[in-house]
Design a protein around this ligand. Structure first.
Ligand SMILES: CC(C)(COP(=O)(O)OP(=O)(O)OC[C@H]1O[C@@H](n2cnc3c(N)ncnc32)[C@H](O)[C@@H]1OP(=O)(O)O)[C@@H](O)C(=O)NCCC(=O)NCCS
Length: 162
């Protein structure tokens, strides 16, 4: 990415809470992003008080989103996806840092997520942001060859960095 692109992008990038009206754009990104996308009904179920649906925009265009569930003092990152046209420009990292700060502000002490064993690029993002692997869920995801394990990653939110 060029320095000038990065400068323009940092000015125009913005995170906001999503509304039900944003679902068509979310579903477009979701369906292009995953071989096994969430159904619309799953997203609709996430518009509840203990969920946060964050969207990241570039000049007003939705380019990515994340879904976080709060359970007592533990946050669970259920989904994070960036439009294939806007990948490798730091949107996922930006969104992840944003939702981590918000979860800490909301009193969460830990953020947990699952990632497919084969999804090394997403795992690299999480590990570079301080997550560590705390376990595995065998056969957690459907895959083209049957089922695939999930790696369970965790980030501690309580502490001086948050
Ligand atoms: C994973 C995903 C969210 C990353 O979004 P992104 O905006 O492109 O990611 P960023 O530009 O913020 O990259 C952050 C880091 O992730 C890693 N990464 C992301 N895409 C990568 C790729 N294609 N190859 C290798 N590493 C990659 C790198 O470590 C990168 O850091 P770097 O740019 O300093 O090398 C995006 O590829 C995506 O939406 N994938 C489909 C949905 C998905 O798999 N979601 C995760 C579910 S657990």
């Amino acid at each position: 990415m060029s320095a000038s692109y990065r400068a323009i992008e940092s000015l125009a990038r913005q995170v906001r809470l999503l509304q039900i009206e944003d679902l068509p754009e979310v579903l477009d990104i979701e369906r292009m992003g995953y071989s096994f996308p969430w159904a619309e009904s799953v997203f609709r179920d996430c518009f509840r008080p203990n969920y946060r649906l964050w969207g990241v925009e570039l000049s007003g265009e939705l380019v990515g989103y994340a879904v976080v569930a709060y359970l007592v003092d533990e946050a669970h990152l259920l989904n994070i996806c960036v439009s294939s046209r806007h990948r490798r420009h730091g949107f996922a990292r930006y969104l992840l840092r944003y939702l981590v700060c918000e979860a800490a502000k909301d009193g969460m002490v830990q953020l947990i997520l699952e990632v497919r064993e084969s999804n090394q690029s997403a795992a690299d993002l999480y590990l570079s942001e301080g997550f560590s692997e705390i376990g595995r869920r065998p056969n957690y995801y459907p895959s083209s060859s049957g089922r695939e394990d999930a790696r369970v990653l965790s980030l501690t939110l309580s502490g001086p960095d948050h």
